[in-house]
Design a protein around this ligand. Structure first.
Ligand code: ASP
Length: 336
């Protein structure tokens, strides 16, 4: 008997980015419709059926919290009707959106795949066609689930991705974690399969935007922490090396950070070093932070994941120990 596998039904959520851009008088800007984009890769229709929706068409520089919530809402509304979701997106903030979707659509047994390109789909030497094809191919694979970025043949967890190149086709890296798969001859070759979740995902509907990231620079004036006090509920500090916070000027920075934490702000310590995370206990300039209440170490989390996770931890009025617990609980290998 001949079995014909039914084609997967996928929803493409087109949001803009270089992939959908055309040259305008003021520079490259998203201009293609989702249908036009799909028409660039007619082969996709051979293995899946695709419907499209275009909630906005933006350079991802302009994509932030309300857009993440919009994409997540579209996924939730359509979750039962499709086998998976492909989100086309600008590369500049794709890692933030991928991290956001990892917390907004948690434990999804269906794949949510983000892709984009370094060159417009219109250009002769574009990477758009390959990335789009691979993204749909991966999304249609039986082993795929959860939030992933598919780019330049690599499949990266939404919680571990970062844009590390502005021009080259291998624009994204999986930071401190292996790629979960690579695309070989149009099919995923898995390095890590993980356990596919069962049941419905946990959809989150709110994020707290009162989160700020501060990168330390040598000689930073501690006055900035006092300035931030009534403006944020959560602060991410990109410290030096393993987690160093300056002790100069009578320990003004440490005292100001401790004041913020005592005032109920959740302070997350990350490092500005690209890989291998923080180790706050190692140096005297970091260790004293470990004894402060409301101060958490992000260890090897990416900044993108830490930023959105802090927004999620502080959502719905959650504060203190409950927010800290949310932040420390691993989601898709984001913290360990
Ligand atoms: N500026 C573009 C964007 O992020 C860059 C890209 O898509 O590659 O929307």
């Amino acid at each position: 008997m001949l079995f014909q596998k039914t084609k997967k039904k996928l929803l493409m959520i087109a949001t803009g980015g270089t992939i959908a851009s055309k040259q305008t008088e003021s520079g490259l800007a998203p201009a293609m419709t989702s249908e036009e984009l799909l028409e660039c890769v007619p082969e996709i229709a051979e293995f899946c059926s695709v419907e499209t929706v275009q909630p906005f068409n933006l350079d991802s520089t302009d994509v932030y919290c309300p857009h993440w919530l919009k994409i997540a809402a579209l996924i939730e509304e359509n979750y039962r009707s499709y086998d998976g979701f492909v989100v086309t997106h600008g590369t500049d903030t794709m890692a933030y959106t991928a991290a956001a979707l990892s917390y907004l659509v948690e434990r999804s047994r269906k794949p949510v795949v983000l892709t984009g390109s370094q060159k417009s789909a219109y250009l002769r030497d574009t990477d758009a066609r390959r990335n789009l094809y691979d993204a749909f191919r991966f999304c249609a694979d039986d082993g795929a689930y959860g939030v992933r970025i598919v780019f330049d043949g690599n499949v990266i967890l939404g919680t571990r991705a970062r844009k590390t190149r502005t021009r080259s086709y291998n624009a994204f890296s999986s930071v401190d974690f292996p790629e979960v798969a690579v695309m070989r001859d149009g099919a995923p070759f898995y390095y890590l399969r993980g356990d596919k979740p069962h049941g419905s995902p946990a959809f989150l509907h709110v994020l707290n935007e009162r989160v700020f990231v501060l990168k330390l620079t040598p000689g930073l004036d501690a006055g900035i922490f006092d300035y931030l006090e009534d403006k944020v509920d959560g602060l991410i500090l990109e410290t030096f090396g393993s987690g160093g916070l300056p002790a100069y000027r009578e320990d003004a920075c440490f005292l100001a950070v401790r004041r913020l934490a005592e005032a109920g702000k959740l302070v997350v310590i990350t490092t500005q070093v690209e890989r291998e995370g923080s180790a706050l206990g190692a140096y005297a300039v970091g260790r004293r932070l470990l004894s402060c209440e409301n101060v958490i170490e992000a260890r090897c989390m990416t900044l993108e994941a830490a930023y959105v996770k802090l927004m999620a931890a502080l959502a719905d009025g959650r504060r203190g120990k409950a927010a800290e617990k949310y932040f420390r609980t691993p989601v898709e290998y984001d913290i360990f």
